[in-house]
Write a protein that binds this ligand. Sequence first.
Ligand SMILES: [Mg+2]
Length: 318
Amino acid sequence: MGEFELIRKLILPLAGETRSAAVLLGPGDDCAIQRLPAGHDLVFSVDTLVEGRHFPVGYHPRHLGWRSLAVAASDLAAMGAEPACFSLALTLPESSQDWLGEFCQGLGEAARAFGLSLAGGDTTRGPLTLSLQVHGTVPAGQALRRSGAGVDQLICVSGTLGEAGAALDYLSVLQPSEPVRQLLTRYHRPQPRLALGQALRSRATAAIDVSDGLMADLEHILSASGIGADLDASSLPISPALRELAGDRAVALALTAGDDYELCLTMAQDDWQQLPDAVQAELTVIGRTRAQSGIDVNGLPPDTTLPATGYDHFGAQP
Ligand SMILES: [Mg+2]
């Protein structure tokens, strides 16, 4: 069996396992067909991941399968979209059946977890590169955008920040301690905030997912909205694991490290007070928007230095 035939044999069953009613026609024709629910907008995005730039050389294929779809799905979460389907363009060097089997396992786990149906794709030979296009839907006009934030609104983030970035220092640890294991899980198995994004529709005024680092991604909201922000370093959500491992560096990591795939959003104070408790419980208020552009961080620990923007994906490593 040729390698591309093997890929089809391993990947195509995913299309059956994950089939959703939204996909009228999956892989096998010239195009896939997706039917939109009446009164909905299509929200779509493409992400490309290159070995050595967006994930480490030799990265575990099962983690790669999960992570690549999770990262793409996180953009749907940031728009408040319901996931529908995805297509995958896979550029592969010579690879083993074991590698492909593990990759498809991770990809399939993610597709089922996020409700994304495999609708089509392409394979070609070359340096390991993945391009994933994800499609979601939102009720017409309700997609969350970066440009809607107003002055004197709350700035909130979901979950905890900084762990995935801190995990880069531990990727080669063979027998991780419990806190290190927690950090590595954040890096290997990001959890896009799909349900939260949907719950924030018509409540948040602007939203983005934290892929490049809180300050860098918040700056995208602020510049798209023509405003600035004051952040309170002491209210940043930092996990006990990160505090234990990073000590004084934890705050800087929470502000600037990427790959967490949490949501950062703005919201009017009145809307915050009316949020369901379960939604509020997933969020932390970390600051306020203001008219003057830029970001000021108050209450930083002494000697904290912050880069001008978030780190590039995968930090400074090769
Ligand atoms: Mg994004």
